[in-house]
Design a protein around this ligand. Structure first.
Ligand code: CA
Length: 473
């Protein structure tokens, strides 16, 4: 009897001790969790380098983006890891050069294609944040595969609303049974859904609603607008606000950019209203340069456009804002790349990608806070078409290889427009940077899926434009 009593007492003590320990652990982890900052990535689609006020644009009003830039750091040499949509997104999700895992083309929209998408072998920033206790949401354009295993909800996001393919009509979905990429229903999580109004406004409202739903817990919002990607469609009210632009193509494009700007303003206003500005790290960038011929975007003074490894294809408007932690009204002048965004996010969240050694992005925080003065990257690399085109940025030098043409060497510091090829004056630099490329390229694989074929003739001009811009550049 005595022994039994003692055993029960010991058991009770253990139980109570365990409970209190559990309570303490839960409390401290809850405290730690509540101190974690939120993350918002706002991605524009095909926005030109020179088409926002903070980049010097004169004809398109972007007051909200200009405010965001003023309140944060403008990266003057902000690059993306690819000159077109899907591969850039694959890099942005993984912090890895997407050629490492063969994601070098835009996936054709095909829910039955098990290969065309971000390989499931790859861990996303949303996976990492989910495991760290974050609420994660993706809103907008996905374009990382249409088969069920590529769905955002299978790639670390707990909530999703948006367009699974590479673009969409801005006003409507098609009739039941619709299979055309630009007219299929949107998806709320995995359920098809139509929408009312202008798609850019709808995505904004969904992004803001996500923030409101989760403002009390650490969250990660990936808000990927499809604007100002084709089709060039804007509401009359926005067209009127840019009626000073005479060229009708650029006027439509400008109206789309202005609506996007308004959306960014609403997201920022929600963060402010909820008192989250100092607890939220906000990134804004475009997924590639403007497709100048298609939408009359401007990448001035850069050479080239979407699809090109010249600066116009890969250098984009790029803002990082963390009120109270990062200095406002600042520029950061060293080259940075979209891959740095997920690397920075996981570092700030005090977690890591499971295979940290495979990560190509760099945590930018020590650089942005002035603790480090060396460049974040010795060199940056681009490759398209499985190696048909490539480029390397190394210090001020850039080596460019386009198809069968000889390599071109530019001094970007002196010649931002890549007009003076100085490869003959500096053969030793050409050789050195080519070797860097070859070393980098050894760790890449061949593309694992092809891009969609170029557009077939279509009756509807808007659809034709949409097809053209969604096809491989
Ligand atoms: Ca794009």
């Amino acid at each position: 009897m005595g022994h039994q009593y003692l055993a029960l007492k010991v058991l009770l003590l253990f139980w109570a001790g365990g409970l209190s320990l559990f309570a303490q652990t839960a409390e401290s982890s809850e405290n730690a969790r509540s101190k974690l900052p939120n993350f918002v990535i706002i991605l524009a689609d095909d926005l030109g380098y020179a088409d926002v006020g903070f980049q010097g644009c004169q004809d398109i009003p972007t007051p909200n983006l200009d405010t965001l830039a003023r309140e944060g750091i403008r990266c003057t040499q902000g690059y993306v890891s690819h000159p077109f949509c899907s591969p850039t997104r694959a890099g942005l999700m993984t912090a890895r050069y997407q050629q490492r895992f063969g994601h070098e083309n835009n996936p054709k929209y095909d829910p039955n294609d098990p290969v065309a998408g971000l390989p499931v072998s790859q861990v996303t920033v949303a996976d990492v944040l989910s495991r760290a206790g974050y609420v994660t949401g993706a809103v907008g354009k996905w374009h990382l595969g249409a088969a069920p295993h590529f769905h955002p909800l299978r790639r670390g996001f707990q909530e999703y609303f948006g367009l699974i393919g590479g673009g969409h009509d801005y006003f409507r979905v098609g009739p039941p049974g619709e299979s055309r990429e630009y007219f299929i229903p949107l998806q709320r999580n995995t359920e098809p859904e139509a929408f009312q109004g202008y798609l850019t406004d709808v995505l904004t409202a969904e992004g803001v609603a996500f923030i409101r739903r989760h403002h009390q817990v650490p969250f990660f919002l990936y808000l990927a607008y499809n604007a100002p990607h084709t089709p060039l469609q804007a509401p009359e009210s926005w067209l009127q606000r840019v009626s000073h632009i005479e060229d009708p193509t650029r006027r439509s494009y400008a109206a789309m950019v202005a609506a996007l700007d308004e959306g960014v303003g609403r997201v920022c206003a929600a963060l402010k209203e909820l008192g989250l500005e100092e607890r939220t790290l906000v990134f804004f960038l475009s997924d590639n340069g403007g497709p100048v011929e298609v939408t009359h975007a401007s990448n001035a003074p850069l050479r080239g456009a979407k699809g090109s490894v010249y600066e116009g294809g890969i250098r984009v408007p790029f803002i990082i804002r963390w009120t109270g932690t990062l200095p406002p009204r600042t520029t950061y002048e060293q080259p940075v790349i979209s891959l740095d965004i997920p690397a920075t996010i996981v570092a700030v969240a005090d977690t890591a990608f499971p295979t940290e050694s495979a990560v190509d992005g760099v945590n930018l925080l020590p650089y942005l806070q002035g603790q480090r003065h060396d460049p974040p990257h010795k060199s940056l690399f681009w490759r398209t078409g499985g190696g048909i085109n490539w480029a390397v940025r190394s210090g001020d030098w850039k080596l460019v290889k386009v198809g069968q043409q000889a390599e071109e060497l530019y001094n970007i510091g002196e010649d931002i427009s890549e007009t003076k090829n100085v490869s003959h004056q500096h053969p030793e630099i050409v050789l050195e940077i080519r070797r860097q490329y070859e070393t980098w390229n050894q760790k890449n694989i061949a593309p694992i899926f092809e891009g969609p074929r170029r557009a077939r003739p279509a009756g509807n001009k808007l659809q034709k434009d949409a097809n053209r811009a969604s096809a491989q550049p």
